[in-house]
Design a binder for this molecule. Structure first.
Ligand code: ADE
Length: 228
């Protein structure tokens, strides 16, 4: 069983449409749709935006479906110069850029309890994602993906996150899915396609480019699952 989580319907709906032998189950306020997807047993969910929604959904999925790995896919804002709309970013690790207990002596971004700033993504899954992404015909970057409970639409905020964490993309769920996976010993991946520059134009670019960017991520997953 493979777990796939998007924050919004548009981020998984093309995959949902390809799912056969569908079964739907509700846990709390999350709906899990399982079945066969490109030859694999898979479970899909739309977790809703933000870290708490994402962590709860990932934990329910892990406990109920015991996936061999979980992939969080979807769209993101660009986190660095040289990363553009339509590009793909595969996380080497995820950080939670709004976690900050530095006033009491911790590094900025350190997630208490697991005591990590960078929550690692599975190396073998990353390599598979890279190979799958290369066939989609978009530029592919690998690096840190930064997660926080904010839609970033200011260049100075994006720059601060980049300088602090080296982020290549900013979004709102990956670091929470990665934490849930880490806490349960489940391999994790985060795959994002860039919908906006996380700057003053994001309120225009995000609605314009989200559908295209979301489709890129889902094409990568199709290629990934087909190749397994
Ligand atoms: N997801 C897509 N664009 C984003 C942005 N600019 N900030 C946070 N999450 C995003």
């Amino acid at each position: 069983m493979i777990g796939l989580i998007g924050a919004m319907a548009v981020e998984v709906e093309a995959l949902m449409a390809k799912l056969t032998e569908r079964r739907e189950e509700r846990i709390g306020m999350d709906t899990f749709v399982s079945g066969r997807l490109f030859g694999q047993e898979a479970v899909l969910a739309v977790c809703g935006p933000g870290k708490v929604n994402a962590a709860l959904c990932a934990q329910s999925m892990i406990l109920h479906y015991h996936p061999a790995w979980v992939l969080n896919l979807g769209v993101a804002g660009a986190g660095a110069e040289g990363v553009g709309i339509g590009d793909m970013v595969i996380a080497t690790a995820a950080v939670q850029h709004d976690m900050d207990t530095s006033p009491i002596g911790d590094p900025v971004g350190m997630v208490s309890k697991i005591n990590l700033v960078e929550i690692p993504c599975d190396a073998a899954l990353r390599e598979r994602l890279r190979q799958a992404a290369e066939g989609v015909g978009v530029r592919v970057h690998e690096g840190i993906i930064a997660t926080g409970d904010q839609f970033i639409n200011r260049g100075d905020v994006r720059q601060r996150i980049h300088e602090r964490f080296g982020a290549k993309a900013v979004e709102m769920e990956g670091g929470a899915v990665a934490q849930a996976c880490y806490m349960h010993g489940v391999p994790c991946g985060v795959l994002r396609s860039i919908s906006d520059g996380a700057n003053g134009q994001s309120d225009m670019d995000y609605p314009t480019f989200t559908a295209l960017a979301a489709s890129h991520s889902q094409q990568v997953v199709e290629r990934l699952l087909t190749a397994l």
